[in-house]
Design a protein around this ligand. Structure first.
Ligand code: B12
Length: 392
């Protein structure tokens, strides 16, 4: 089995027409494609950075507000400049892109432009045919991020073929490359280098928004620091996946943040078969912190238990977990060092805090309980969580 095709989709800057791409994304994932969705109102540099870090085969742009000839050309130009012209560009924009425009766009390097009336089936077929072949001849990476992205793909590809990757073979070269990178690392918590912080919790608790707010604080506090995020979303029937965390992460669209989205590819429990090796590579890569986010998990999940893959575990809860009895069943309440009640502006949050506090007291483990409202800028609860994570 080869890895699924990975593509990035986005809507350009100053454009809020996302309904078309939302429909197209769902059709792609139903047909085995992994789609990293960046959201709307996205700049050329955000799109190219994400495409390189995610090591996608192609970028699909949906453009309705005009300026498409220039925008598509700028994406292609920046990909070339960054040595990533193996990443192809295609897209559409209904009737706003004329046939004459499309001729110019193709001359400038766009693979294909889809017009009004094209069936979803036709677009899926195009992606499978054009981007389905494995990319054997990769360009020589021009940057650290590009090299890292290629290596993460190698690990995922090896697992897709049922093998464990042989990445340790060139570990020395990797370490030498790493040594050239400046780092502001102050804390070395483990032999691998970076501190690995795990975030887990039920779907909809606000993990992604919370991580994005923590990243903002990290970037402000460490003007030269770098952070990596390994984010997971579930694969669906048909083996595609909508990897949508980037669309929520606004502050993390920054050159000092390396983010990689992973699909679970059939593994239960919140992570992918390749997670552990990918995480080890990131932890070896001179980031100050590595954040790992699981998919939304259930009561019995213990995603980070295996081989102590994280240094610190944070469980993010929604105040609406049901009755107090439900708390007894959530295994991570016994294991997490930090428990966050996010959305603490909701009516039930005070009761939730009291009930979870009582539940944690039974453990006698000195666990921390923090209330946050991640969607609120400068939330004091998120500040408190950031200090807690930074100082532990
Ligand atoms: C729905 C819509 C809206 C909705 C958007 C909702 C949303 N969340 O997306 C709302 C009402 C919010 C809206 C707002 C505006 N809109 Co409007 N909108 C449309 C409309 C009617 C349909 C677009 C659409 O989604 N079509 C459905 C898709 C599935 O079909 P399609 O467009 O034919 O696309 C095909 C292919 O191109 C392909 N495709 C499309 N994208 C991609 C991407 C990839 C990767 C691939 C493979 C294929 C592909 O898929 C389809 C296959 O058949 C168009 C008019 C039109 N008929 O195109 C105007 C239109 C795009 N809007 C327009 C305008 C002006 C606006 C506003 C500025 C209006 C205003 N003054 O406020 C705002 C701006 C919004 C913003 N923030 O950017 C103009 C743009 C004019 C231009 N560029 O020259 C249009 C053309 C209407 C018009 N004739 O004036 N709009």
């Amino acid at each position: 089995m080869a890895s699924p095709i990975r593509i990035l989709t986005a809507v350009p800057i100053c454009d809020g027409h996302d309904s078309a791409i939302n429909t197209i994304n769902l059709e792609f994932i139903r047909h085995g494609i992994e789609v990293i969705y960046l959201g709307y109102h996205r700049s050329v540099s955000d799109i190219v950075r994400a495409a390189i870090q995610e090591d996608v085969s192609a970028i699909g742009i949906s453009s309705y507000n005009g300026g498409h000839i220039e925008f598509f050309a700028e994406v292609i130009g920046l990909l070339r400049k960054k040595g990533a012209d193996d990443i192809k560009v295609f897209g559409g924009g209904g009737g706003t892109i004329t046939h004459d425009d499309a001729v110019i766009m193709k001359r400038k390097g766009v693979d294909e432009v889809f017009f009004a009336g094209t069936s979803l089936e036709e677009m899926v077929r195009f992606v499978h045919q054009r981007y389905g072949k494995s990319r054997t001849k990769r360009p020589r990476p021009k940057s650290f991020d590009q090299q890292l992205a290629h290596k993460l793909s190698e690990i995922e590809d090896a697992y897709a073929k049922g093998k464990r990757p042989t990445r340790l073979r060139d570990a020395t070269a990797w370490q030498a490359l790493n040594a050239q990178r400046p780092t502001s690392k102050k804390k070395i918590r483990n032999s691998r280098g970076a501190r690995v912080i795990g975030f887990t919790g039920p779907g909809g608790a606000g993990k992604t928004t919370l991580i994005d707010e923590l990243v903002l604080r990290f970037l402000n506090r460490s003007p030269k620091g770098r952070i990596a995020i390994l984010s997971h979303d579930p694969s669906v029937v048909g083996e595609g996946a909508l990897l949508g965390d980037r669309a929520t992460m606004i502050n993390s669209q920054d050159d000092r943040v390396f983010m990689r989205s992973m699909a679970t590819r059939g593994q239960a429990g919140g992570l992918s078969p390749a997670t552990q090796d990918c995480l080890a590579l990131l932890a070896d890569s001179n980031f100050d912190h590595v954040i790992i986010e699981t998919v939304g998990t259930g009561q019995e999940a213990m995603p980070f238990r295996k081989n102590g893959i994280v240094d610190l575990t944070t469980l993010v809860m929604n105040p609406d977990y049901g009755s107090r009895l439900q708390l007894q069943k959530i295994v991570m309440l016994d294991l997490a060092e930090i428990v966050v009640v996010n959305k603490s502006d909701l009516q039930r949050a005070r009761t939730a805090h009291a009930e979870i506090e009582q539940r944690l007291e039974q453990n006698r483990r000195n666990q921390h309980l923090v209330d946050t409202v991640a969607k609120r800028h400068r939330d004091p609860g998120v500040d408190q969580l950031f200090e807690l994570i930074s100082n532990r």
